[in-house]
Design a protein around this ligand. Sequence first.
Ligand code: PEP
Ligand code: MG
Length: 755
Amino acid sequence: MRDLSAGPRVLLRRLRELMAEPLEPQERLDQIVRQIASNMVAEVCSVYVLRSDGVLELYATEGLNKDSVHLAQLKMGQGLVGTIAASAQPLNLSDAQAHPAFTYLPETGEEIYHSFLGVPILRTGRALGVLVVQNKASRTYRDDEIEALETTAMVLAEMVATGELKKLTKPGLELDLSRPVSIEGNGYNDGIGLGYVVLHEPRIVVTNLLNDDSELELKRLAEALGSLRISIDDMLSRREVSMEGEHRAVLEAYRMFAHDRGWVRKLEEAIRNGLTAEAAVERVQSETKARMLRMTDPYLRERMHDFDDLANRLLRQLTGYGANMTGSGFPTDAIIVARAMGAAELLDYPRENVRGLALEEGAVTSHVVIVARAMGIPVVGQASGLVALAENRDAIIIDGDDAKVHLRPLADLQRAYEEKVRFRARRQEQYRALRGIEPLTKDGQRIRMQMNAGLLVDLPQLNESGAEGIGLFRTELQFMIASTLPRAEEQEAFYRSVLKQAGGRPVTFRTLDIGGDKVVPYFRAAEEENPALGWRAIRLSLDRPGLLRTQLRALLKAAAGRELRVMLPMVTEVSELRAARELLQKEVQRQSKLGEQLPKTLKFGAMLEVPALLWQLEELMSEVDFVSVGSNDLFQFAMAVDRGNARVSDRFDVLGRPFLRILRDIARAGERHQTSVTLCGEMASKPLSAMALIGVGFRALSMSAAAVGPVKAMLLALDAGKLCAEMTEALDDVKSTVPMREILKDFAVSNGVPV
Ligand code: PEP
Ligand code: MG
């Protein structure tokens, strides 16, 4: 019987020799097509390469008119070649002219060839070009011939990707691989980052494509698959993988794929045709990816992603390639590009070099996004298709303001963004100059300006921004990014280092605010129909006193000898505060019984974010040392709009009359009771709404670190007395139909207040 794989093997061996010879790129291509034609007993063999303008250009041919090289061209989707590139699928035709997509190119002289076999030249699922063989006689190519041509196409993909063919391009008609691409996503953190792509899961570059000994490669593959399966079983048996849930489901899917006979058979077949084990994995992965990119069903796409991740793991097993490229090769202005990633993984990158984060998935509330925001880097999520299009070290711009990612930007765009960045930097410089200036309004009102934080990466911002302290420390973030419940000692060490870095400045620790949209993976509660109104924050803490007491103990120990400020989230009734205070007292007594040093002073406060508290203001103010308004939640509950639902979250204005009147009542109650009242929701971070807050009587605000400069610039130019008078009139005017936002904007403009 004829050994069907002998043909491809001989061809691949010959191609390997050709790749190693010191030839000019055109000469190498010419020889490659000649070899393929002769090996496959074809009269024609041609290579078309995709240009950045979406045109497939004939780069080399054996059999067609040589003068048509670099002249003959077809658009993506046009003709047989364009159809192959657009669908990323082979075409095998015994009578090419009869195919509806056939387009006659007179310059090539191809009309005499009837049979046609074309395969896409693929790299990470993208078609970079098309490889074609043709014969005069009408025949159908066998499966093994298609397979052989697809394998050969990998060699060409490598030539395109390594940049060798760039030398053959005409100016302005670069290869598709360097095409500029702009992708629209969702902006998850403002700002602009210019830099170079760092793929979080770097594409493993397989340079050793062709094998010397198929049996040996099959053995390598079997071994790698074996260890891959063991490592998945291992992960599944680890304790931190809870018995149910997403994570486990993904691993179960991995296990199923790792045992998938169809997949393994395809890999083995590619090896028998002459590829190394890693090249076989890359090839099958590329085909899967090409299918994935065309899929619309989100469930199937997700499953294909799992396959892709699995192939990456297998490639790492085979090549011993490390997980990421931290270290000396790391660019000084890196933009991390990933499909999705864990929060802790982002923290592993050298912070000072990371200029932005672009994700194919992600959500405003995903942990990695929370961490990126704390790091102050721009983030764009839901940038679909980005990972497949990007190569390590490609130039990239990420625009968190406009929710766009520009890959390989053209020079004009690059310049425009550089100008934008310079402008921002100048403004930042102006804000920095305000750091040491006391936050007094023009008429001498002292405004306390603090910042919000939740992770250690936030803390350098205290000095940077000139904030007077931390008005809201969201302790749940440490819990959200950890894979297991942080132990008491870990919590204590964490709080201790927060206080140390804050120097003598006050830090207000909010006790755990988990539940609702703040998901802690190892703390699974039952599904809730309305999680925002469910078992969360202080409700959960009072039902699980062990958790709260552990945290309070850690805080007491960490703040020994200095001031400790503790604040409770989502208080609905004053009785909850009393119950929590009792727990705190118990912990204080315990500490003193043990002879441990206690904090010098203890301040106890409540978040005001549930409307029911508005009718308990008198009791509340006499019960606590301070109140902090959580305007994000208070607005959500007062107006009945889900803060995470983009369809309704902007429907009503935080600067509308109802909400401003609520806030004014709170500020007045604070004044009556001489209780310190501050506000720590997003409202405080925008100069216009911060101005409105001062207008209704707030004298203390806690905001994102980046907002301290702009808000200070606003208040230094503000006559608070004049604003208060105008706002009182406008808020009390029940006949007015002029939106408060307009009134406030007009005030700012006519009084020269920068908002
Ligand atoms: C708020 O609700 O305004 C607030 C500051 O808390 P969080 O955003 O953490 O819910
Ligand atoms: Mg809240």
